[in-house]
Ligand binder design. Structure first.
Ligand SMILES: Cc1cc2nc3c(=O)[nH]c(=O)nc-3n(C[C@H](O)[C@H](O)[C@H](O)COP(=O)(O)OP(=O)(O)OC[C@H]3O[C@@H](n4cnc5c(N)ncnc54)[C@H](O)[C@@H]3O)c2cc1C
Length: 318
């Protein structure tokens, strides 16, 4: 059983602290534990895909409940002595190692850090969207498109870039209405309009005021003028808010992208701060669960080598 701790980490010392126990963090912890490194995972327990009851597209785990996936991961890391604190890291400082402060009280120290804190989705401010998110309000056709295929789709524009989403989802349904919402039709390029027409996407101007929900199912999208468009699925484009606060506190270099600012990392996830790796949605918007797990593995393997070299160098230095 996973060793779950809260305040008992006061002033404890580990080889590695992994901040975040989603796919990225647990995967890193599994590899670190198996490499016999003393590892602590601190997890605040708010994985990004929590609103969804099923996780798709992870080979061999397709359709598994996200909570079950994480429960299995927690069991696996416990086999190798990895400790898990159900807590939140509120601060981090660096000297000859790293000291993290825990919301539940106390601190923990380690020689290396993995930041796997994920991102948060800021949903469009439209009545009903937050309540239905992960059910029939969706953001990612790769995650959920198959399950809702051939149903009447809406796509809620949040910028002219939403055209891409409207075109993309047409792979999963030929009945797509693109609600321009706050985007002016004049802001769409001729190429956008040609592509939307070629794909058969219906473009509807006007602000969206809310969703129509009957018997706990989305049945329509209501515009500000009162008209209702019958739709069973609505795709939205949440604004990603990368959870990079701890990295910023350590002075990590961030790079702006159209989807937020993420740490500059090398192929192993090493940030610009020596000793600090990052993985999963903490390094990029499009990291799916399988990428996050893979990134955690890569970071962990690099840390194993890095610590080994440090220890060897220390041993041979007179
Ligand atoms: C509705 C929805 C459905 C999705 N469906 C799919 C799908 O079907 N298939 C797929 O591949 N992807 C899916 N995704 C994407 C998926 O959620 C991400 O790829 C995945 O969660 C990334 O894993 P992660 O470990 O980087 O972050 P997360 O899973 O978000 O885990 C990060 C963890 O870090 C914790 N944390 C954050 N800050 C701190 C802190 N300071 N201290 C301690 N802990 C902290 C959080 O509480 C959380 O538990 C979906 C996303 C959404 C929003």
């Amino acid at each position: 059983m996973t060793e779950t701790m809260t305040e008992t980490h006061a002033h404890t010392s580990h080889d590695v602290i992994v901040v975040g126990g989603g796919a990225a963090g647990l995967s890193a912890a599994l590899v670190l534990g198996r490499a016999r490194l003393r590892t602590l995972v601190v997890d605040a327990g708010e994985p990004r895909n929590a609103p969804s009851s099923h996780m798709q597209g992870y080979l061999s785990r397709d359709g598994m409940a996200p909570a079950d996936f994480l429960a299995v991961g927690r069991e696996e890391i416990a086999r190798y002595g990895v400790e898990l604190a159900e807590d939140r890291v509120t601060d981090v400082t660096r000297d000859d190692g790293f000291t993290v402060a825990l919301a539940g009280g106390g601190t923990a120290r380690a020689r290396r850090l993995v930041v796997a804190t994920g991102l948060k989705d800021e949903l469009p401010d439209v009545a009903g969207v937050a309540e239905r998110f992960g059910r029939d309000v969706l953001h990612c056709p790769f995650c959920h498109g198959w399950e809702v295929r051939d149903r009447p789709f809406g796509v809620l524009a949040s910028s002219p870039a939403s055209v891409h989403q409207a075109l993309l989802v047409s792979r999963w349904s030929k009945d797509v209405t693109f609600f321009l919402h706050t985007v002016a039709e004049a802001d769409l390029s001729d190429e956008d309009l040609r592509r939307l027409a070629a794909t058969g996407v219906d473009v509807v101007p006007g602000e969206v005021a809310g969703l129509v929900v009957e018997d706990d199912r989305l049945t329509g999208v209501r515009l500000a003028d009162g008209s209702v468009h019958a739709r069973e699925v609505l795709f939205v484009g949440p604004r990603p808010l990368p959870q990079t606060g701890l990295l910023e506190r350590l002075g990590a270099e961030l790079e702006e992208t159209p989807f937020g600012a993420y740490p500059a990392v090398d192929p192993t996830g090493l940030t610009s701060v020596p000793g600090v790796w990052a993985a999963g949605n903490a390094i990029g918007f499009s990291e799916q669960v399988i990428h996050a797990a893979s990134g955690g593995y890569r970071a962990a393997a690099a840390i194993v080598g890095d610590l080994l070299m440090e220890d060897l160098d220390a041993a041979v230095t007179p």
